[in-house]
Design a protein around this ligand. Structure first.
Ligand code: 5AD
Ligand code: SF4
Length: 440
């Protein structure tokens, strides 16, 4: 039986897209290969957010040429954000050994193209044109990603997403709720809703909201209330929201809903207003701090995470110092730091020169990293002695691990049989990235 191997780079949405690709490859009668070397079809789902992610794909290219010498029938497919933004095939011309190169939204044609290249592979009948209607091959029974929206209309000046994934498209409320209900019936406990600006979700079919939910105006908050009511689902998580749309209704949902995880990932990108303005973020430092203050006033123990870009065009030491002070004011539990990487096609690449040297970017990156590790270590100590609920997602050598509602990684003794269950764990010791404890 022919088999496939999928490599996914980038964000959780790419992971969810790969789960849809997997559904088609299985539907064509293929099996998962143990290694890339033994596969007949290789799929690379690419990320374009930074140059380093694209460079990895060029690196893979050289390997494909070698693999094809050993297996001349090998078909290599490259999809995701790289083909999505590569309107003039400039990136493709630098890639070697690739047979199929298509943006995410065209994945539904993959079975047809594969069967044309290899007649032993049978095509799949009756695929809808909308790739989101494909059912993902969920990697775990108890946890699932649910993409509710793709693309983005916001055009932050540094960001390639509106080019690679197109403008915002919202999935119908009915199909989202059906997917979540089916997942719940199948034993799913935790749902992660995905969107580029997830809290800008606008239902194309609002008539499917429950009657009791009709007094609210924010569709995303309403969606959270709907999912909260689905029997079986225990945890609701979402990523990534934009500060502009964190209105009071959504803050209510975040802080009131019993199934909502006790974590919010809210990208800020910079703590300086001039930089935020050049980034076209459309919010200020004060606006962001206000939201965090409001949320913490209602739920003081909520964990908050963010994304920060260091060394954006023209960022001075003083402007970076504002990012450091914003970090301290927010007391983030986790923060993903990126060195600014100019992306061709974006406004920033056209009008703001990449003036900050790599040395400076690295320096700033490390400063933030050190501040984060100190902050997290200090904050994690407050969990010692407390009992927290942990959704166990993995087990190895007598230890099992999982996330707390604050998305802290917890490790305790236990075996495979606990995977997919929620356990109460008393925390005994806290490190930066792991809370160690014992099951109650
Ligand atoms: N350079 C560096 N980081 C970037 N990000 C997005 N675009 C760029 C870029 N051009 C970061 C942002 C975003 C995260 C997904 O990636 O912080 O929130
Ligand atoms: Fe990119 Fe900004 Fe849209 Fe996020 S909100 S995907 S950073 S353009």
């Amino acid at each position: 039986m022919p088999n496939y191997f999928i490599t996914t780079l980038g964000c959780q949405m790419n992971k969810n897209d790969s789960e849809r690709i997997e559904t088609m490859l299985r539907g064509m009668g293929m099996d998962l290969a143990e290694t890339e070397e033994s596969a007949d079809v290789i799929v690379i789902n690419t990320c374009s957010v930074r140059q380093t992610a694209e460079d990895r794909v060029y690196g893979f290219g050289r390997n494909f040429v070698e693999l094809k010498k050993k297996n001349p029938g090998l078909i290599v497919c490259v999809t995701g954000c790289m083909p999505g933004r590569d309107k003039d095939s400039r990136l493709r011309s630098k890639l070697v050994g690739v047979d199929l190169y298509f943006p995410t939204k065209d994945m539904v044609y993959l079975p047809q193209w594969l069967s044309e290249l290899n007649p032993d592979l049978r095509p799949m009948a009756d695929l809808e044109k909308d790739y989101l209607s494909l059912k993902p091959t969920y990697q775990k029974k108890f946890q699932a990603f649910v993409t509710i929206q793709t693309g983005c209309n916001h055009f932050c000046t540094y960001c390639v997403v509106p080019f690679s994934r197109g403008l915002e498209v919202n999935r119908s409320l009915q199909t989202i709720l059906t997917e979540v209900r089916d997942l719940a019936v199948g034993g799913c406990l935790e749902i992660t809703l995905l969107g580029q600006i997830v809290n800008h979700y606008q239902a194309p079919d609002p008539e499917h909201f429950s009657l009791g939910n009709s007094y609210q105006k924010n569709d995303f908050a309403k969606l959270l209330w709907e999912i909260n009511a689905i029997l079986g689902i225990q945890r609701i998580h979402w990523t990534a929201p934009h500060p502009l749309y964190m209105n009071d209704e959504l803050i209510d949902a975040l802080t009131i809903l019993p199934k909502q995880v006790n974590y919010l990932h809210l990208p800020v990108q910079s703590g300086n207003n001039e930089v935020l303005n050049r980034m076209n973020r459309r919010h200020t430092r004060e606006f962001y701090l206000d939201i965090i203050t409001k949320i913490k006033a209602r739920k003081p123990n909520i964990a908050i995470g963010t994304d920060i870009i260091v060394g954006f065009s023209g960022e001075t030491d003083e402007q970076f110092a504002d990012t450091m002070s914003l970090f301290a004011a927010c007391d983030f539990d986790i923060s993903y730091h990126a060195k600014y990487s100019p992306r061709s096609g974006t406004v920033a690449d056209k009008v703001f020169p990449d003036t900050v040297t790599m040395e400076r970017k690295k320096e700033r990156w490390w400063k933030l990293q050190v501040l984060m590790e100190e902050t997290v270590l200090r904050k994690n100590q407050s969990y010692v002695g407390k009992t927290i609920s942990v959704l166990i997602d993995d087990a190895k050598n007598g230890w099992c691990m999982g996330n707390s509602p604050e998305m802290k990684r917890v490790q305790c003794m236990g075996g495979e049989e606990l995977v997919g269950t929620i356990q109460s764990v008393v925390i005994e010791r806290a490190e930066e990235w792991i809370l160690w404890g014992q099951r109650k």
